[in-house]
Design a protein around this ligand. Structure first.
Ligand code: P1T
Length: 384
């Protein structure tokens, strides 16, 4: 069977993988080496220096390409290092249109690093195609989409954005961290680049920090590979191994994240002490129709606002959680709770945060794969 014809749940385990050539090891060895012996200058077995390539990283990069339906994968030292590489495709004067509701660190690298190098950023509500269209001009070179958005769980119609820039010299990059390829495949919907914080669901066990890019086109892959090697923010062999191991259970973990996510979203919605719940699986979510079309299910990320909660009341609620751990990050097997205004999104100025709905009383949950009854009981005792 051709590799591209195997199903997703088989790709996570076998996609792009074969037993190691030396001894048939089923899992790729952790090639903890910086360099490789050469018989004569340039006489090597495909690897010469581990910044340029490392066999454990190659195994991960092949797996990433397979699960996202791409041709080429590139693994970086963090999600932000992967974003950094995409931005280095641009030149001073180039313009980027980004969603206005996105991970605070993505906003920070755009505004505080790349704006200094002459790149111009426009942040717009990407639920409206008109808002994007208004900003497109001859200098536009990249559209940056995050969907579902962090932390407001807005959904952006990837196919509609791709259609807007058809036949234009504009790249479409999609941060697929929240959805994962289990739920949505941006390359199939017209994106040029898929980006991941593999720290999250791909790794799945909160034990490593890794980033990824996946593309279809060779020419784009070559440009990104050049940047990866020239700038050097690569993923190490141990981290490559951990993410590869995580990917092998991605489909079973995601299924449970989605089931638990649904139960918790419904519990929160029925709780009179909760004012708002943001989760794209609700029929009254403003982008539910798009979510239903482009995603297989709705994921385990939920944000909510307790009723009448001040900043201090909200902090008290997150401090009182016992099974949910108060922590940055998401996507691991364990449930986490976060307070975006003071944690993940603190680098976005308050007036910008409020524009996209990140109020001081917003709580974000990454629903893990524990027994859902224990998770609900934990929320119940903390919300009071
Ligand atoms: O943390 P790092 O691996 O560098 O990835 C950055 C990143 C990029 N994109 C999205 C959608 C993300 O959520 C993140 C990291 N986010 C968190 C740490 C967080 O708690 O939201």
């Amino acid at each position: 069977m051709a590799a591209k014809d195997i199903k997703f749940n088989t790709k996570t385990i076998h996609g792009g993988q074969q037993p190691d050539e030396a001894y048939g090891a089923v899992m790729p060895p952790i090639y903890q080496t910086s360099t490789y012996a050469q018989t004569t200058p340039g006489g090597h077995k495909g690897y010469e220096y581990s910044r340029s390539a490392n066999p454990t990283r190659t195994a991960l990069e092949n797996s990433l390409a397979s699960i996202e339906g791409g041709e080429f994968g590139l693994a970086f030292g963090s999600g932000l290092a992967a974003i950094d590489a995409v931005m280095k495709l641009l030149k001073p004067g180039d313009e980027v249109i980004s969603t206005n509701d996105l991970y605070g660190g993505s906003y920070r690298i755009f505004k505080k690093i790349f704006e200094n190098f002459g790149i111009v950023f426009h942040f717009v509500g990407m639920q409206s195609a008109d808002a994007i269209q208004d900003k497109i001009n001859s200098k536009t070179k990249l559209i940056w989409v995050e969907t579902p958005t962090n932390p407001m769980m807005n959904i952006i119609d990837i196919k509609a954005v791709a259609n807007l820039i058809k036949d234009k010299d504009i790249l479409l990059a999609v941060d697929n961290t929240f959805a994962t390829p289990y739920l949505q495949l941006p390359l199939e919907l017209g994106a040029d680049i898929v980006m991941h914080s593999a720290t999250k669901y791909l790794g799945g066990h909160s034990d490593t920090v890794v980033g990824a890019l996946i593309v279809k086109e060779k020419e784009l892959a070559d440009r990104l590979y050049f940047i990866q090697n020239a700038s050097g923010a690569v993923c190490g062999p141990m981290d490559s191994f951990l993410v590869l191991r995580g990917i092998k259970t991605l489909h079973v973990r995601m299924q449970r994240h989605c089931e638990n996510g649904r139960a918790i979203a419904e519990y929160l919605k029925s709780n009179p002490k909760v004012e708002k719940v943001y989760w794209p699986g609700f029929e009254d979510h403003p982008n539910h129709k798009v979510a239903k079309e482009q995603m297989k299910d709705f994921g385990g990320m939920i944000s909510f606002v307790p009723k009448g909660s001040s900043y201090n009341d909200t902090i008290k609620i997150v401090e009182q959680l016992r099974i949910f751990t108060l922590a940055e990050s998401l996507g691991g097997v364990e449930s986490l709770a976060g307070h975006p205004a003071s944690m993940t999104h603190a680098s976005i100025p308050k007036e910008e945060r409020l524009k996209s709905g990140i109020e001081d009383s917003l709580i974000r949950l990454s629903v893990g794969i524990e027994d859902v009854n224990d998770l609900i009981a934990d929320l119940e005792q903390a919300i009071g």
